[in-house]
Design a protein. Structure first.
Length: 524
């Protein structure tokens, strides 16, 4: 079935004079952070709060009037503009909200640090660059904001230049980001050659009737750039190693900036759906990254490194969702993960005394196979029951069935964890209530996101071959294997083979070490 884009024609406001106020706002942000020390951080927090207010007003405008496009600069073929539609304002509100929280947190976090004013300036610029990325009206504007985000983040990652570990991780990130930039820029050049335009609307319309290998190359390069930007295997090792930066940077990076790759895929989904091969590759890499990072995450004793590996896994699962065409679900996942991860990083210091490795839990027996099976059956019953209440039909597409199966496994994980943690039957009752409420909330939010983003996202239901069905089934079995692995860790953790596996997994199977050596050679 060909993809269908339910596009609402936007109001187009041609006013190149709008570029001047935008520059003045940026200058005002920078001027406010030129103040010394704490005052610069306070000014940054005020600027971020003003940004959130502007984002909310933009969202209300789109809600009341529909999509709006602002043309900031028109030089013929070169145009810079902003696009305010349901997708962009959703991300804009999220980014500015996280920016407000992070800047307010930074006021006290870096109080007294001699570099606080410098930190506040780069933090504001990074947030501004991400905001421009999500409201970009064409590929050219998107690329400028994409590069600006990476460059400003590099200044935050190297905030403490005297720390060798922080500098090495920043260099890794810098090299991988430049590769991602190269993929994006080559894709943009091919887009201009193929379609003669950088405008999203014109590209999406022309792509429906495009033929030839150019579309495959464009989509492949865009997917490669997104994978590098979102720390997917094998370009992931820099993310868990950037923990020596200030905590506000970690929160912003893991909750906001890391989403840029996923947003690229969703924003250009009407184009990417023209290349099922590119989306299949995205789904496979995302699934492998999610499984690989989940196993590695269970070996980490540092709470921040555990959260970092969790981010890699979550981004992998989001890429799997995008690759399977569940773009609205991917956006719901992105928003929920961003809010959770920002809170987790900013509150990580308060739980440092109770953090333990999930690999060797103490005082908790392994879940009996009957318990695991019963949990899966109970989760399946709850999921089907809630779907029936909402009047939802389980999609026959095997990709969507895979996502439903993984969701049911997550519910089962919660149930057997509750049972194994205390062996109290009464706790299972509360567990059933929790997963029932969680399932209902998930279905409701998913339906809401599909309705909200219907005008910006395509419908994608490709005809899949028997081989693709087999691959999807194999991926589902791998997720099930990880679930069983987690349930039996207390029993297997003392075995010599698993002790050796623990050492390898805790080091990320040494991929980070190998890439670190390569980075040193390149930098030498």
């Amino acid at each position: 079935m060909p993809p269908v884009l339910a596009h609402i024609p936007p109001q187009i406001i041609t006013s190149p004079g709008l570029l001047a106020p935008l520059v003045l706002v940026l200058v005002a942000f920078i001027y406010g952070t030129l103040a010394p020390g704490r005052q610069a951080a306070v000014n940054a927090a005020k600027a971020a709060a003003a940004g959130l207010l502007a984002a909310v007003l933009a969202a209300l405008t789109v809600l009341l009037t529909g999509p709006v496009e602002f043309l900031l600069l028109d030089l013929g073929a070169v145009k810079l503009g902003l696009c305010l539609d349901a997708l962009s304002v959703l991300m804009l509100v999220l980014v500015t909200f996280l920016g407000m929280v992070v800047t307010r947190y930074s006021v006290n976090y870096l109080d007294g640090d001699p570099g606080q004013a410098r930190f506040s300036r780069w933090l504001c610029l990074t947030i501004f660059a991400v905001a421009m990325l999500v409201v970009s009206g064409n590929l050219l504007m998107f690329a400028i904001a994409w590069v600006a985000t990476s460059m400003s983040l590099h200044k935050l990652l190297t905030f403490y230049p005297e720390r060798p570990g922080a500098m090495l991780a920043a260099k890794k990130k810098f090299l991988i980001s430049r590769l991602g930039d190269l993929c994006l820029l080559v894709a943009i050049a091919l887009v201009w050659h193929e379609f003669g335009s950088f405008e999203f609307r014109e590209i999406f319309t022309a792509a429906k009737s495009a033929t030839g290998s150019a579309i495959s190359w464009i989509c492949g390069l865009l997917v490669a750039g997104a994978l590098m930007k979102s720390a997917q295997f094998p370009f992931h090792s820099w993310l868990p190693e950037t923990m020596e930066t200030p905590t506000p940077v970690s929160a912003l990076m893991h909750a906001g900036i890391i989403n840029a790759g996923g947003f690229l895929v969703v924003r250009l989904s009407p184009l990417l759906t023209q290349s099922p091969g590119a989306l299949n590759a995205l789904a496979l890499v995302g699934a492998f990254t999610a499984l690989f990072a989940s196993v590695t995450m269970m070996t980490q004793t540092s709470i921040k490194r555990s959260l970092a590996w969790s981010t890699v896994a979550q981004m992998g699962f989001m890429m799997l969702q995008c690759g399977l065409g569940a773009f609205a679900l991917a956006m719901l996942h992105l928003v929920a993960h961003s809010l959770y991860k920002a809170h987790a990083f900013l509150s990580s210091g308060s739980i440092v005394n109770i953090s333990k490795s999930a690999w060797t839990p103490s005082g908790r027996p392994a879940a009996h196979p009957v318990v695991v099976l019963s949990s899966v059956v109970a989760a399946l019953a709850v999921g089907c029951g809630i779907a029936a209440v909402f009047g939802l039909r389980i999609d026959s597409d095997p990709g969507h069935l895979l996502l439903v199966a993984v969701f049911i496994m997550a519910l089962a994980h919660l149930l057997w964890t509750l049972w194994s943690s205390s062996l109290r039957t009464g706790l299972l009752f509360w567990g059933l209530l929790i997963i029932t409420a969680a399932t209902a909330a998930c279905f409701a939010l998913h339906s809401g996101f599909e309705h909200l983003l219907a005008s910006a996202l395509p419908q994608y239901a490709p005809l899949r071959s028997g081989f693709e069905h087999a691959v999807l089934a194999f991926i589902g079995l791998l997720f099930l294997a990880v679930l069983v692995f987690q349930s039996q860790l207390p029993l297997w953790a003392s075995r010599p083979a698993f002790a050796r596996l623990y050492v390898h997994a805790s080091n990320g199977f040494y991929l980070g070490t190998l890439f670190g050596r390569l980075t040193r050679k390149i930098s030498a």
